[in-house]
Design a protein around this ligand. Structure first.
Ligand SMILES: Nc1ncnc2c1ncn2[C@@H]1O[C@H](COP(=O)(O)OP(=O)(O)OP(=O)(O)O)[C@@H](O)[C@H]1O
Length: 315
């Protein structure tokens, strides 16, 4: 039975000046899951995190964390929440070790040098522990942000764009770290506009745009429901029209009749079987082909088509 760890109801933020960055957001996050909040620039992701972490005051709506309304007992909830912000704002002159120890103390936990060492080693920061943060590379600075958030052993961890602008190796490393946190029972909410990241990491995905949650679902269910198979068949001879046996498939001629494009299935692999049927039907109809390119749609395709649909509706 899923146990809600964070419950947002009707969460709305209107900034002074009238801009509505969050518009009636309802969202429940369950213990132990990795939830990816996916959305384009300015969608409201950082504002949502800020509201939960007490950095942004909601205009209306409620936030319950660990079963408690955060309005009544904010400090207690906040002590159990870790935040890895997009940017390092303070501590530049601090040595790494000190900054991380300080983060632990900030929320009232007793010092634990062994735990801090474990965290720093797991992030390959141990050798840099006595360096001032300003002396580190951009990627290392990001690791320090994660170390700081992990130092107070949060039950719920927000990662705001954890891998924006980092190299592929560090990105993989971070994914590893997130996995390790999940294994430790930490609930992780990450914001990203890298779809690949959501696809790789998340159990559930929420799509946010213009301050509104457009869709929330298990990643696999979202892929199955909205996914498609796409196949391009390069024909040996261009065709003007399709015989009925071929036109019965969800296909259309492209490139002046030189290729046949199939779009079908449902993201469960069913489309591939239909493509196999299509190739048999082509042979039976005496239509020769020289190549086939089949691909399953990714979360990215789904994301782009969802946002596209929204734009059409808004127009
Ligand atoms: N303090 C503020 N005053 C006015 N508007 C703000 C303020 N902070 C954010 N906004 C606006 O609210 C919207 C949502 O911003 P937010 O930072 O939450 O987006 P985001 O989804 O995190 O985007 P990104 O992917 O670019 O980080 C933006 O249009 C932003 O300009």
């Amino acid at each position: 039975m899923p146990e809600p760890i964070l419950e947002l109801a009707g969460l709305t933020k209107v900034f002074p000046g009238g801009f509505k960055a969050l518009d009636n957001v309802d969202l429940t996050i369950n213990r132990g899951e990795i939830f990816a909040l996916l959305g384009p620039n300015g969608a409201g992701k950082t504002t949502l995190i800020g509201a939960v972490c007490g950095l942004v005051r909601p205009t209306s709506g409620t936030i319950r964390a660990f079963g408690q309304d955060t309005k009544s007992d904010w400090r207690q909830a906040r002590a159990r929440i870790g935040l890895v912000p997009q940017e390092l704002s303070t501590d530049m002159f601090e040595p790494v070790l000190h900054a991380v120890e300080y983060s632990r103390g900030l929320f009232g936990l007793a010092p634990d040098p062994a735990r801090i060492e474990e965290i720093l080693r797991s992030l390959s920061l141990w050798d840099k522990r006595n360096n001032r943060i300003m002396e580190l590379s951009g990627g290392m600075k990001r690791r320090v942000l994660i170390a700081k958030a992990m130092a107070h052993e949060p039950d719920l961890l927000f990662l705001d764009e954890p891998t924006a602008g980092v190299d592929v190796e560090l990105r993989k490393d971070m994914w590893h770290q997130i996995d390790a946190m999940r294994a430790r029972g930490v609930t992780v909410i990450l914001t990203t506009h890298y779809i690949e990241e959501a696809e790789e990491m998340a159990d559930r995905v929420g799509i946010i745009r213009g301050g509104k949650i457009l869709m929330v679902d298990q990643k696999d269910a979202m892929m199955a429901r909205l996914g498609r198979t796409e196949a391009h068949v390069m024909l040996a001879q261009p065709l003007d029209t399709l015989p009925p046996a071929i036109a019965a498939f969800p296909v259309e001629l492209k490139e002046g009749g030189r290729s046949l494009c199939y779009r079908g299935g449902d993201g469960t692999g069913k489309g591939r079987e239909e493509v196999a049927e299509l190739t048999k039907a082509l042979i039976a109809s005496g239509i020769d082909y020289v190549g086939i390119d089949v691909r399953e749609s990714s979360l990215e395709d789904i994301f782009v088509s969802l946002l596209g649909d929204e734009e059409e509706q808004a127009a």
